[in-house]
Design a protein around this ligand. Structure first.
Ligand code: ATP
Length: 556
């Protein structure tokens, strides 16, 4: 029997058409359709659906559900605390040392979070290193020669200022340039300057040990290895060196879940050029909110425009900066992030780091406001010349074109924290689906922690044997999950919530036809695919090389 139910979700009313059915002696409720937010309208729709149901049983219901899928076009807005709770519940991220009360600023990644993080790194490396001819990668040590940090200026100038809000007792960090504004305000107390560098004694006998640091950024390892890598990899300017690895900062106030951690990972590129050389690459055709330093100084709003037009209008001064900003944005968008949540913002003069003549940040609209996601600084030849000075070594390289030795400049340093990228991909794929009454994590298949889930739909050894064989085969290449417990609806819901893009079922027809059904997480459409072709088709679907509807015989 069908009936209308009202649900209150986030203080809003939603109406659904449900039906009770007796299955194996038990009464089970199934949602037939979403009816909207208005009671009268819901009654009218329900009547229509039930009349049509008599004529054409499943088609109309499917259409209604499909329509519902299409209406949820934007991710559901959630707070950072809600996201943290979700990540914990599903096995993405845990507070480190939680059984001892937690350890502020440190996070452990669970079985799904680790997969997602690895996939982010894999996609970043593919896009920035493997698919390019001008960039190679390195993996430097975490504890480094202390001189490196003297040369880079970190030992002396990498300083955070601690400010306390006297009213709320909240502690937070500001940069030196911002400290002045708090000094003049009664409400705040500027507590002093602190170095965010973690010190460490190298050598077991403390009195004989050398004081060093856990690296606060990966970049300096690229500079200190620059000449060796340039020569051994036979690089030619313009070229880049990339690195992914841990960085540590003793943050004054770690907060906002993964956003500000004390241990995190960076994905960085130092891109070297001969001074004055034009960017030979096409600037990706990307449109985004652009916020120049001038607009900020004049209290104007950012404007939406193509990054290449911002270059033409002189808002972005250098073609290289426009190229790297658009390239970095492209990486995020191609992996499914939502363009509306991004903007590029130029640093104000007093905000620039000691080494940079111009810096633009790629910012993201986090639940707690617009914040830096990735910094893209023009560092000039500051670092290489400092390392020349402190090491006494010649770090110049031979330039084929001018036949002379030159010290290259870093025209751009795209520097992205993996944890912040992790938040972006989680937030932009988090959809509460009213029709299904569960969260659907609409993550790009390349990033999804589990690529496919396999369910035998009918109980019995014959079906389970096929399912197990499929799982074994797919597991050679993909992270695949085998799930044979609970109702089929529960199994789909469990996988929707962790972002599994494809669910494979073995049903009655599989035995005679040697095929399976594959369900698309986002549209719920299903196709039948021959078992022998499954691995190949799954690979193509993940890589976006084939449309779902064309990958097999569409049946619902
Ligand atoms: P913020 O102003 O937010 O402290 P920053 O300007 O000091 O950042 P950079 O030194 O430019 O950061 O570091 C490059 C990137 O490393 C940042 O854009 C961010 O993605 C990441 N990052 C920096 N600090 C942290 C942190 N404490 N936790 C997580 N990621 C971080």
């Amino acid at each position: 029997m069908a009936f209308i139910v009202k649900k209150n979700i986030h203080d809003k009313e939603y109406y659904y058409l449900n039906e009770n059915k007796r299955v194996d002696g038990k009464v089970k409720t199934k949602t037939l359709a979403y009816l909207g937010k208005n009671k009268k309208e819901a009654e009218r729709k329900a009547k229509e659906i039930l009349t049509n149901k008599k004529k054409q049983p499943d088609q109309k219901i499917l259409k209604a559900l499909e329509l519902e899928e299409k209406t949820t076009e934007k991710p559901t807005e959630i707070s950072i605390e809600e996201l943290a709770a979700f990540c914990k519940r599903k096995g993405f991220v845990y507070q480190s040392g939680e059984i001892y009360g937690g350890f502020a600023g440190f996070w452990d990644f669970g079985h799904l979070g680790t997969e997602l993080k690895n996939n982010i790194k894999k996609e970043w490396w593919k896009f920035h290193v493997l698919q390019r001819e001008d960039i190679v990668g390195i993996d430097g040590s975490i504890i480094t020669h202390p001189k490196i940090w003297e040369a880079s200026g970190h030992a002396d100038s990498f300083i955070d200022v601690l400010v306390v809000d006297k009213k709320t007792k909240e502690k937070f960090k500001v940069d030196r340039f911002e400290a002045e504004k708090y000094k003049g305000d009664q409400r705040f107390e500027v507590k002093g300057e602190f170095s965010p560098m973690f010190t460490i004694n190298v050598g077991p006998i403390i009195s004989d040990s050398i004081k060093s640091y856990l690296r606060p950024e990966t970049a300096q390892l690229i500079f200190s290895n620059f000449k060796a890598v340039y020569e051994n990899a036979r690089l030619k300017l313009p070229c880049g060196i990339a690195q992914i690895g841990k960085a540590f900062r003793n943050e004054i106030a770690p907060r906002d879940f993964l956003f500000r951690a004390r241990e995190f990972e960076q994905m960085e590129i130092e891109y070297f050029i001969k001074k004055g050389i034009k960017c030979p690459y096409d600037i990706p055709d990307k449109e985004v909110l652009v916020y120049s330093a001038e607009a900020q100084e004049q209290n104007k709003e950012p404007v939406v425009m193509k990054i290449k037009h911002a270059l033409e209008k002189g808002m972005i001064k250098k073609d290289w900066h426009a190229y790297w900003l658009a390239t970095e944005l492209r990486w995020f968008l191609e992996l499914g992030a939502s363009r509306d949540n991004f903007r590029i913002r130029q640093h104000l003069k007093n905000e620039l780091s000691h080494y940079s003549s111009d810096t633009w940040d790629l910012e993201y609209k986090f639940p707690f406001g617009w914040k830096e996601l990735e910094g893209i600084a023009d560092r000039g030849n500051f670092d290489l010349s400092q390392h020349e000075k402190f090491s006494g070594k010649d770090l110049k390289v031979f330039d084929e074109e001018s036949k002379e030795k030159i010290l290259p400049e870093v025209i751009c340093e795209p520097s992205l924290g993996i944890e912040r990228a992790f938040l972006v991909f989680m937030l932009d794929s988090y959809y509460y689906n009213k029709g299904r009454e569960n969260i659907v994590l609409r993550m790009h298949p390349k990033l999804a922690p589990v690529k496919a889930a396999v369910f035998p739909i009918v109980k019995g050894p014959k079906f389970e044997k096929i399912a197990e064989k499929i799982v074994k085969d797919l597991k050679q290449e993909f992270n695949v999950l085998y799930d044979k417990s609970g109702s089929i609806g529960r199994r789909y819901a469990r996988n929707d919530e962790i972002g599994t893009p494809f669910c494979i079922t073995i049903d009655g027809d599989s035995l005679k036809n040697e095929d399976v059904t594959v369900r698309n997480r986002d549209t719920k459409k299903q196709i039948r695919v021959k078992i022998i072709e499954l691995k190949d088709i799954l690979r193509k679907l993940i890589e976006n090389e084939i449309k779902f509807e064309k990958a097999g015989k569409l049946f619902s």
